[in-house]
Write a new protein. Structure first.
Length: 362
C-alpha cells in the first residue's frame, strides 16, 4: 500500500513538472523616473521592454495600473523564447500637480508570475490664466460664475453677492444694465459699463426678500444685455433660501411647535402611468399659532394646499400628496417641503417612495 501511495505521489509530481511552463520574463528595467514634467505637456509615456529568456512561450495574462492614473498597453500575443515584448505605461498630468509614484502590476503564465513596474516624477503646474479664473464662457465674455448664490436670506432683510466678468476679445464690450430686465426683488450694478479687452469687471447684486415675499429655496434668472457680437444676451442664474428671522421676536412670545403623523410614506410597487395618493397630518403642539408658510412638491409629485394655513394650539390639518408614476422606472423618491413658523423646526421634508414597474403589455 505504501508503495502504491509513493507511486501515485511521484506521478502527480511528474505531471506538475511537465505542466509548468518554462517561459521567463526579464525586463530591461522595472522603474522609470520621468523627472519634472509640465502639466500642459500632455501624457508622459514609457515603454518597458522585456525578453523571454525561457524555453517556452509566455503570455502576459494581466496588466493593471494603480489608481487609474496610468494607462497600460502591452504585448497581447504569446512571446516566443528569445523574442521581445513590451508594457507601455502613460501618466496624464492634467489636474495632478505635485509628485507621483505609481505602479503597474504584470501577471504572466510563466516566471515570475507577478512583476511590478514603477513610474515616478513631479508634475509642474501649468500657469493659471483667464480660463481658470473665469471658467464660465458665454460668447466673448468669461464669468467667474453665472450662478449667483446668495445662500440664506432673512425674510425681512437683504443680501448681496457678486461675480467677475472678463473680456477675452480684442474689442470693448458694453454691459447694458438698464436694458437687462431683472425681477423686481433683484438689483444689479456693474463697477464699469465698458469692459476693455483683457479686463475684468465686478458686477454686484442685491436680493431683497421683503419684495420677493416668498419662503424656502427660490431660483431666478435674467438675461444680461451686452453689445457682444457673440451671444449678446448672457443668461445669469440667481438663487437664495429665504428663512424666517426669529431673532427679533419679543421675549416671552408663545411659540408654535409643529408635528407630523409621519414624515415618509412608501407606496410599494406600482405600475407606470399610475396615480397614487397619501395624506400627511400636521399638528400644532405649541402654545402659539402655527402658520404654514409654504408647501412645495418636487417633480412628479403634487401636494395640495393644506386645509388650514394657520392652526391654533392643539389643532391639526392635512396635506394630500399625489404621485404620478408616468414613465418613471425603478425606485423613486420624491419630496414635499413644508415651511412654517416653528423656530425649532421651520422646514420639514416629507418623503414618498415607490418602486415602479413597466406597464404590462408595453
Amino acid at each position: 500500500m505504501k508503495r502504491l501511495f509513493f507511486s501515485i505521489g511521484l506521478l502527480v509530481c511528474s505531471i506538475g513538472l511537465f505542466a509548468q511552463k518554462n517561459g521567463k520574463v526579464e525586463f530591461e528595467k522595472t522603474q522609470h523616473a520621468f523627472g519634472k514634467i509640465k502639466e500642459e505637456a500632455g501624457a508622459a509615456e514609457i515603454v518597458f521592454k522585456f525578453k523571454n529568456t525561457g524555453s517556452d512561450p509566455i503570455t502576459l495574462t494581466s496588466v493593471k495600473a494603480s489608481c487609474g492614473c496610468t494607462t497600460p498597453d502591452w504585448t497581447k500575443e504569446p512571446i516566443q523564447p528569445g523574442k521581445e515584448g513590451f508594457v507601455k505605461a502613460s501618466y496624464n498630468p492634467k489636474n495632478r500637480p505635485g509628485k507621483f509614484n505609481k505602479s503597474v502590476t504584470v501577471k504572466t503564465d510563466g516566471q515570475p508570475e507577478i512583476a511590478m513596474l514603477r513610474i515616478s516624477g513631479e508634475v509642474i503646474p501649468r500657469p493659471k490664466g483667464p480660463k481658470d479664473f473665469y471658467p464660465m464662457e458665454v460668447g466673448n465674455l468669461r464669468f467667474k460664475s453665472t450662478h449667483i448664490v446668495f445662500g440664506d436670506v432673512m425674510n425681512n432683510g437683504k443680501d448681496t453677492a457678486s461675480t467677475l466678468v472678463f473680456n477675452q476679445s480684442e474689442k470693448v464690450i458694453n454691459l447694458d444694465v438698464a436694458s437687462s430686465k431683472l425681477p423686481s426683488h433683484l438689483k444689479m450694478e456693474a463697477e464699469k459699463a465698458a469692459v476693455a479687452p483683457k479686463e475684468a469687471v465686478r458686477i454686484h447684486f442685491t436680493y431683497d426678500a421683503t419684495i420677493k415675499k416668498d419662503w424656502g429655496y427660490n431660483f431666478d434668472y435674467f438675461k444680461l444685455v451686452t453689445d457682444d457680437t457673440d451671444t449678446p444676451e448672457k443668461r445669469i442664474n440667481l438663487s437664495a433660501t429665504i428663512k424666517e428671522n426669529f431673532s427679533e421676536l419679543p421675549a416671552g412670545t408663545k411659540m408654535a411647535k409643529v408635528r407630523f403623523d409621519k414624515e415618509s410614506h412608501n407606496f410599494g410597487t406600482i405600475q407606470q402611468k399610475t396615480k397614487v395618493a397619501t395624506s400627511f397630518t400636521i399638528y400644532n403642539d405649541g402654545e402659539g399659532p402655527l402658520i404654514i408658510r409654504k408647501s412645495k412638491a418636487s417633480c412628479g409629485c403634487t401636494a395640495s394646499r393644506p386645509a388650514k394655513m394657520e392652526l391654533a394650539p392643539g389643532e391639526s390639518t392635512h396635506i394630500d400628496v399625489t404621485f404620478n408614476s408616468g414613465n418613471f422606472k425603478g425606485k423613486q423618491k420624491k419630496s414635499v417641503t413644508v415651511i412654517c413658523n416653528d423656530p425649532n423646526k421651520p422646514s420639514t421634508t416629507l418623503w414618498i417612495e415607490s418602486n415602479i414597474e413597466e406597464a404590462k403589455g408595453e
